[in-house]
Design a protein around this ligand. Structure first.
Ligand code: CAA
Length: 389
């Protein structure tokens, strides 16, 4: 029996900032952001969206009543938690109207936790093939205004339905992981922006990729040429390109050209959104599946997941014949319809998020077109609204 991703869907905000404009405002050459970082646009997350609403907005369009009845596990992987105790997955399950006989948990390990969720859910379904699991990687990436990390911000959520006999991607049971205590990126509880040693984190990312990719090939006796495409966690798309380049000497020239062409498709949508931490690898997967005309059923994909701190995992998966039926085909059009905001409006959004203080707060919501929104805080409880209820 095969287990893996049966459906995959993405949500971000309706706002973005243009990277050329941001570069000019910050006194940088636009090509540094467009080519050196590899980002063209960056999602601007308004105060009325947090990881919970992004997660619910990503999941609801893909779930049928039959799916909802079969889901008995909901995992939200996130770096952007809103509570030290309660799992965001409980809010998400409630907003989505899921079954109460359901495990609802939040997982944390920087950008890696979405993959931890996918692997946990896949093992769960292997034991209970009549059940389904909902895994969501949801984050708002925040480094701070006018910081080196600023052009690598963004936000959004990727929701994946994990099932037996999946339509999109069958996930192998074998993978290679690496976990070591590294201080490349972290966020103490009193901070709303990450602390990062940017250059160090980029070097560690490559070291981890090399370690788990080579480790995987040795462990499984696989040749690098066996992979039709490699996809990566993309904190910024140039990062993935650097990792890909580090693997090119391992394959033939023809294969190198194929890998580069697939990679270009896999970073197309990430270029327009920016980093979304836990969901980034899976947005790249979606980008590949939507934008690549040269994929075919049976293609072998290699996925590299990285979370600072640091944990990495490389695993293989096989593209399924009906993958077009399980993917978010309307996504490029939705991204194209977003509203461009100027740098000052982006900064207002950045500074306007719900304050971490006990007072009641009301957030501006009238311009946010999404179904699930955060309206504020009352009696120290976040207030979520489902516009369809
Ligand atoms: N035209 C073209 N390219 C230009 C250019 C121009 N005019 N000017 C500069 N560049 C290039 C530089 O040569 C450089 O390219 P290389 O990396 O290939 O050498 C690139 O643009 C970036 O320039 P700098 O290195 O000078 O940029 P910076 O010091 O301002 O910061 C950064 C870059 C370190 C990535 C910073 O944005 C950052 O700290 N980001 C957050 C950390 C991060 O994303 N780390 C990734 C690994 S960690 C991870 O993956 C987990 C996670 O999601 C957080």
């Amino acid at each position: 029996m095969q287990v893996g991703i049966d459906k995959i869907h993405f949500a971000t905000s309706h706002l973005y900032v243009d990277m050329t404009e941001l570069a000019r405002q910050r006194g940088q050459a636009p090509d540094k952001f467009l080519i050196g970082i590899g980002q063209s646009q960056m999602a601007v997350i308004p105060p009325s969206q947090d990881l919970v609403t992004l997660a619910a907005n990503a999941a609801y369009p893909m779930l049928t009543a039959e799916d909802a009845a079969a889901i008995d596990l909901v995992v939200v992987g996130t770096e952007s938690g809103i509570d030290h105790s309660k799992a965001s997955a409980i809010y998400v399950a409630r907003l989505l109207g899921l079954n109460r006989r359901c495990r609802t948990i939040e997982m944390k390990e920087a950008c890696y936790a979405g993959t931890a969720g996918v692997q946990l859910a896949s093992d769960h379904v292997r034991v209970h093939p009549d059940k389904k699991a909902l895994v969501i990687g949801a984050d708002v990436a925040r480094y701070g205004l006018n910081t080196p990390g600023e052009p690598t911000q963004g936000g959004g959520a990727v929701a994946m339905l994990i099932s037996a006999n999946p339509r999109v991607l069958a996930i192998d049971t074998e993978s290679t992981v690496l976990s070591q205590d590294v201080m490349d990126f972290w966020r103490p509880p009193y901070r709303t922006e990450a602390l990062v040693d940017g250059k160090y984190s980029s070097n560690i990312y490559i070291d981890y990729f090399q370690d788990v990719f080579k480790g995987y090939l040795e462990q499984t006796g696989t040749s690098a040429n066996a992979f039709d495409a490699l996809i990566f966690h993309l904190p910024y798309t140039k990062m993935g390109l650097k990792a890909l380049r580090s693997a090119l000497p391992m394959v033939s020239e023809t294969q190198q050209q194929r890998w580069i062409a697939h990679f270009e498709a896999s970073r197309k949508l990430n270029r327009l959104v920016g980093n979304l931490y836990t969901g980034s690898l899976y947005l790249s997967l979606l980008s590949l599946l939507i934008a690549d005309p040269n994929l075919k059923a049976g293609d072998r994909l290699g996925l590299f997941s990285y979370g600072s701190g640091a944990e990495g995992e490389f695993y293989g998966a096989t593209l399924q014949a009906d993958y077009q039926q399980g993917i978010d085909l309307g996504l490029p059009q939705r991204l194209a319809r977003r509203q461009r905001v100027d740098v000052s409006a982006y900064e207002d959004c950045f500074n306007g998020q719900l304050a971490w203080q006990p007072a009641n707060q009301t957030l501006p919501t009238h311009n946010d077109p999404h179904r699930f929104i955060l309206t504020g805080q009352k009696d120290q409880q976040r207030q979520y609204l489902d516009r369809c209820n």
